[in-house]
Unconditional design. Structure first.
Ligand SMILES: [Zn+2]
Ligand SMILES: [Zn+2]
Length: 327
């Protein structure tokens, strides 16, 4: 299922040859692929799409079917995950200082290279991760971006004891469980009136859940904004205790409105999180193996990718949408 025209808003079914693994690569039979909000930004042309046609999808779970020359860490039959980060140069000022997520030559799955809205995917084996057992293929898919980028955002919140999560979708429902497990107090914010989502957040251990316009019962030490809504940045900032941080987790967001300086005063901070490092993936997958995290998924047939994208666009998906190719 490929985006064949810039801004088409939909993907189109097509047939391709099964890829062949070049040296250093693996070819994976896709078992499941999560649908991320970034995919929506790509098909809706809210992100400049460098490659057309492109097969979206960067939350890939699959079984290794071919191993290229030189690949030693993976063998045929391994169950693996393929995330957003698909290549870094290893030489730039970011790569050499532990920040390969900001690599100036980085390439991304389902954006520069074909992703997982397909029956097969090919990837550089150095950016592929074995997945913990204890998760079905469908349940594991959201770990690969909602989980990973959510985890990086969570780490940027530091050791904040009281964490607000703005937008309680795929990423927040995973990170809430990690935060509760680590003894943090979680406050969940949803669009006004989304009482079912608020109840879901409480069921995962959030100590409070309410409308994004509501004041939480306590000030927050950090807030992570997962929804692509700039107004939530200032809303979250207004709920921070001194020294607190707002972390913006999305790749694209509507404009952030102006705000009085007193909201930022007292060492409050606003920052964004971009992409992931392979170290983030290793750390997060170790936590996922130990917990385990319960993911709420909405499976769709791969052929129904446009329905999944539409449901995500309209806010109708509960948890994480996941595409499943026919067996
Ligand atoms: Zn994503
Ligand atoms: Zn680099």
């Amino acid at each position: 299922m490929a985006l064949t025209r810039r801004g088409a808003g939909v993907v189109e079914a097509g047939e391709r040859e099964v890829p062949v693994a070049l040296p250093g690569e693996v070819v994976v039979r896709v078992r499941a692929c999560g649908v991320c909000r970034t995919d929506l930004h790509i098909v809706d042309d809210e992100l400049p799409t460098p490659e057309i046609p492109i097969v979206p999808g960067h939350e890939i779970v699959g079984i290794v079917e071919q191993v290229g020359d030189g690949v030693t860490a993976l063998v045929v039959g391994d169950r693996v995950g393929i995330p957003w980060l698909s290549y870094t140069c290893g030489q730039c000022a970011y790569c050499t200082t532990g920040r390969e997520n900001l690599c100036v030559n980085a390439r991304f799955t389902g954006y520069h290279t074909d992703g997982g809205y397909a029956e097969h995917a090919v990837a550089d084996a150095a950016y592929v991760f074995k997945l913990p057992t204890g998760y079905s293929d469908v349940d594991a898919a959201p770990l690969m971006c909602a989980g990973l980028i959510g985890y990086r955002s969570y780490r940027m919140a530091g050791d904040a004891p009281r964490i607000g999560l703005y937008g309680f979708g795929a990423a927040a429902h995973i990170i809430a469980q990690v935060a509760v497990h680590e003894g943090r107090t979680v406050f969940a914010f949803t669009p006004p009136g989304k009482t079912e989502t608020q109840a879901f957040a409480r069921s995962l251990g959030a100590s409070w859940a309410g409308d994004s316009t509501d004041a939480p019962p306590e000030m927050l030490d950090a807030a992570i904004v997962f929804a692509p809504v700039g107004a939530l940045v200032t809303e979250a900032l207004s709920r921070l205790a001194p020294g607190g941080t707002v972390v913006c987790a999305g790749i694209h967001m509507s404009d952030v409105p102006g705000f009085p300086y007193r909201l930022l005063w007292e060492e409050r901070a606003i920052r964004s999180v971009a992409n992931l490092t392979r170290q983030d993936a290793r750390e997060f997958l170790a936590i996922a193996a130990a917990l385990p995290i319960k993911t709420r998924v909405a499976p769709y047939d791969l052929a129904d990718a446009n329905r999944a994208l539409g449901d995500l666009r309209s806010g109708a998906v509960r948890g994480a949408a996941v595409l499943v190719p026919e067996a």
